[in-house]
Design a protein around this ligand. Structure first.
Ligand SMILES: [Zn+2]
Length: 244
């Protein structure tokens, strides 16, 4: 899912939410910077390893790990299995029309088109959610101010054995991504996806094509997004899930 859905999920599950949990619930997607891999904080065993490292070396970051577990649980229903059916919500909602439109606009191989379509479906859930409540926007902003970036940089660069300065830059870039768009506005979603395609897929997709893709995805999810979130919330059990 996208970051507002992740934070909403965490907020609904956890009565004692704090800024580290909020950040943790978004942080696995830090992988978009390329400084960690998608497996590093998305898969079960790597999460358990990271959790053990935090317990031993920086127990004050335990809430951050809890947030990562929230992320992992929501991604499970989005990617892997939803309502006893596979794959999850973001993949089962990709229609032939959406796939074809994306394929023409993105001009990349089919497997990557599919991943990109899943991003559009996930973004749609955020879009509908933000039409209903803006509670997560404030939480994300507040958390990005409160979290000690220096300590976070120290932890992440030590664990992933990366240069501190590079990691600090990546972390700033990630924060900029999660607070840098006013997602109440449709045009800001267009801007976000144009930027995302440039920075992540290294391709230029026109605003016009991006608008069409977003409109279609928002329509595909408008009647089911809320049930999806509520069902995912009620099936939460704090296990770290294996997503394949
Ligand atoms: Zn996803």
């Amino acid at each position: 899912m996208f970051f507002n859905a992740h934070v909403y999920f965490a907020k609904r599950i956890d009565k004692n939410l704090n800024s580290l949990k909020v950040l943790g619930s978004m942080f696995p997607d830090f992988a978009k910077t390329g400084l960690i891999t998608w497996d590093d904080l998305h898969k079960r065993q790597p999460i358990l390893d990271f959790s053990a490292f935090v317990d031993q070396t920086a127990p004050e970051f335990k809430p951050f790990v809890q947030g990562i577990i929230y992320h992992n649980n929501l991604d499970y229903t989005s990617h892997f299995e939803y309502k006893n059916e596979k794959p999850g919500y973001a993949y089962t909602n990709i229609t032939t029309e959406l796939f074809e439109l994306a394929r023409q606009a993105l001009k990349i191989e089919d497997q990557r088109v599919r991943v990109s379509c899943h991003n559009l479906i996930e973004a749609s859930v955020d879009y509908h959610l933000l039409k209903k409540t803006l509670g997560t926007v404030e939480l994300i902003k507040q958390s990005s101010k409160e979290v000690n970036r220096e300590k976070l940089t120290e932890l992440i660069s030590t664990y992933f054995k990366k240069d501190k300065e590079t990691m600090a830059k990546g972390i700033d870039e990630f924060f900029e991504f999660v607070i840098g768009y006013d997602l109440r506005s449709f045009e800001e979603w267009v801007r976000l996806f144009v930027d995302l395609n440039k920075s992540y897929l290294n391709i230029v997709v026109s605003e016009e094509d991006t608008r069409k893709l977003l409109e279609l995805s928002f329509g595909l999810t408008k009647d089911t997004w809320e049930e999806y979130l509520l069902t995912s919330i009620s099936s939460f059990n704090n296990d770290v899930k294996d997503n394949d």
